[in-house]
Design a protein around this ligand. Structure first.
Ligand code: ADP
Ligand code: ADP
Length: 233
């Protein structure tokens, strides 16, 4: 579903690639953790999945990234909204509307869907994320965990095949983190969504993972395997 073929990313002005020779595949319907210490290039890899790298960040991407068969270099991030949903590291500062239901609808704006389809998708997404009772609430009045679920909902309404999340539980207390992880597990198991999630504190999320991709050190090739195998290294 996601395929990196010998991918290197060099940001403008940098002398060395930030990530080098990254080669891995994420099968359809799996939850895969992208692990490794801060600064190793996890956000860069996630950005390359949704086309943010290099379309928004600049720099040069060598090799090939495909998602559901689409080359992310030849498609702009907007053209990938129905394939990849990306929740970045600081989604709470990127809300564009006031209420929960408006934010979920906003995610579909570029798709040109009929109003009744959009309304139905907002309903089913509110339901999926346990946000139905909060639909009319200003997002700013919600807890961190609820806001994180709204951010996930806004990229789910286009029905992406792949959901990419950058440390989605790092700012949350354990109970709120559990809620978010339960939502992700439901997405994978019930809807067959493929999830790639960056995380540097593995102990919280490892039990949810089908596979782990470990970025060991700048420029080194990633290690891929079942959670127990990778943790043993
Ligand atoms: P991680 O998510 O593992 O913390 P990042 O991908 O955020 O790693 O960052 C890896 C390296 O790339 C860091 O040294 C960071 O400063 C650099 N970097 C990230 N984004 C950019 C950018 N847009 N322009 C230039 N350098 C960047
Ligand atoms: P429509 O265009 O009429 O909304 P779709 O073909 O896009 O219908 O959706 C088909 C099915 O996908 C529905 O049964 C819906 O419940 C389910 N679905 C719900 N949420 C998602 C999601 N995030 N990703 C993929 N499919 C989803």
């Amino acid at each position: 579903m996601i395929r990196f073929e010998d991918v290197s990313v060099t940001y403008d002005g940098a002398t060395e690639p930030t990530v080098r020779a990254v080669d891995f595949e994420v099968p359809e319907g799996e939850l895969v953790l992208l692990a490794g210490p801060s600064g190793v290039g996890k956000s860069t890899v996630l950005g390359a999945v949704g086309g943010l790298v290099p379309h928004f960040t600049g720099g040069t991407l060598r090799g090939r990234v495909t998602v559901a068969g689409r080359d992310t270099r030849t498609h702009k991030p907007r053209e990938l909204a129905d394939v990849v949903g990306t929740v970045g590291q600081d989604p709470l500062s990127h809300f564009v509307t006031d209420t929960v239901e408006d934010e979920l609808a906003y995610g579909m704006e570029s798709l040109g869907l009929p109003p009744d389809v959009m309304r139905r998708r907002v309903e089913e997404t509110l339901d999926l994320l346990g946000l139905s009772d909060l639909r009319s609430r200003p997002i700013a009045t919600l807890s961190g965990g609820q806001q994180q679920r709204v951010a996930i909902g806004s990229v789910l309404t286009p029905h992406p095949d792949v959901l990419v999340l950058d440390e989605p539980t790092s700012a949350l207390d354990p109970a709120a983190a559990e809620e978010v992880l339960a939502v992700l597990q439901r997405l994978v198991h019930d809807l067959g969504t493929t999830v790639l999630m960056a995380e540097h504190r593995l102990e919280r999320v490892i039990q949810y993972a089908d596979q782990v991709v470990l970025l060991p050190a700048p420029g080194e090739a990633p290690l891929i395997g079942a959670p127990a195998e990778v943790m043993a290294v």
